[in-house]
Design a protein around this ligand. Sequence first.
Ligand code: ADP
Length: 483
Amino acid sequence: MELLTKLFAYINPFTRLGKKQYSIIFPFLVTTLSAALLELYAYGLVKDPNSVNIIAIVLFITYIIYFSFRDGLRGGFITAGFTVLYYCYIIYSRHLTGQTLIASIETTFILGLLYFTIASIIGGLKQKIDILLEREANEKNKLQTIIEQMPVGVIITDMKGKVTHANKQLGKILDIKIQIGSNFGQGKTKNKASQSPLLYVLHTKKPLKRREFVFEKKDGKKAYIQISASPIYNSSGETFAAAATITDITHQKELEKRKDDFVNIASHELKTPITSMKLFINSLSVRMKQYKDVKTKKIIQHIEYQTNKLQELVNDLLDVSRIQTGKMMFSKEPFLLNDLLRETIENLRAIAKEQDLIFVEKHSLKISADKFRIQQVISNLITNAIKYSDPYSDIIVQIEKKGTKALVSVKDTGIGISQEEQKKIFNRLYQVSDTKGKTFPGLGIGLYISKQIVSKHRGSIWVESEKEKGSTFFFSLPILQES
Ligand code: ADP
């Protein structure tokens, strides 16, 4: 059975496509053997030398097509050559004379030309196909080698989500065996984006950037991965496949968690001593009131100021950990946003350098929100405007009505923020790191907290800014609909 399969594979010309294996012996043997058999048939069996003429034409033209396709130019030319030789032998051995001889020589010549033309067309095409297929196979191997070397998991699927390429790294990251030809990540839920980002990409034809997923490995441990996927287009711009890179971010997540835990514990531990420090400083400054020692009073004032700063910082850190753990509570009440803005501006006048804080009230608007938290947002935006602008510039705080929303803006003419940085400043612990931005102290968590607070109130926060020209921070909140 195995021998039969081998024999079939040997004679099947399609198995040789792309292989550049062109045999000489096989076409030679088949042609000469067939010629010998035909002669045996003509002289031995039917005893009529002319009985094989038609067979010799039909059979040998089939051979020429077959061997040109199987063995390229070499196979085709050998077969055509021996066929013509055989035809010459027929003319010679049949002792032809006169008109018959001339007609036979002419026919052989024309057939010879035709055979060599067929052999060169089919043989040439076959060799071209081989070159193309070999090139494609080489490209595939190159791609596979590059994919294999990559430190991230890589997978490529066809339009149906069937895997065409995958590297070992992918199997390691996902803790599964991925077979070429299998369907990757087809889940049962309707949420295809989380089930198979590749299917999502094929479905929507839109790339997917750094989407994070968490899953449980076979050993029960949680693993975090980040997936970026993109459709692959053919030369006519149609999607025919999708590729994804998968990065294992478990280690990074664990580090982040440890960092968060540390910040959480440290801020909680710092909270109590700072509160008692503040109490002691308060009672100290009350006691100092009866003394006239100006120098000591100044020192105490200084300690008080620094302790307040420290407390603000710890409160911010506590807020971050509350946000992280989903424990930030909001107690909403209806109030006039204009009053809160005015009050906050008045409080902050004391810390403004020489800046003029201008309040523009286009409308008077009531909202239902956590007053303390909204004040935190306003305070953060105005403090930043003071911090990042010239001492003698104006800071304009404005409130106006935009549809069903109250829109508050804080405009400064300070150092400004580049387009690139604007996308990141609302991220946790992000600070602009250019030379100018670096000169201002801060942790880079104020805007992060503000964003979380505003979104929890079904609002939005954003910035419009130009480097060196200034920034305007906006936030909008739903206006209270009074029935
Ligand atoms: P920080 O404590 O560093 O001010 P924030 O989260 O409040 O933290 O702000 C994040 C970063 O955004 C700041 O470090 C600063 O680079 C930039 N930024 C915020 N407000 C302004 C502003 N009004 N003008 C220019 N840059 C600003």
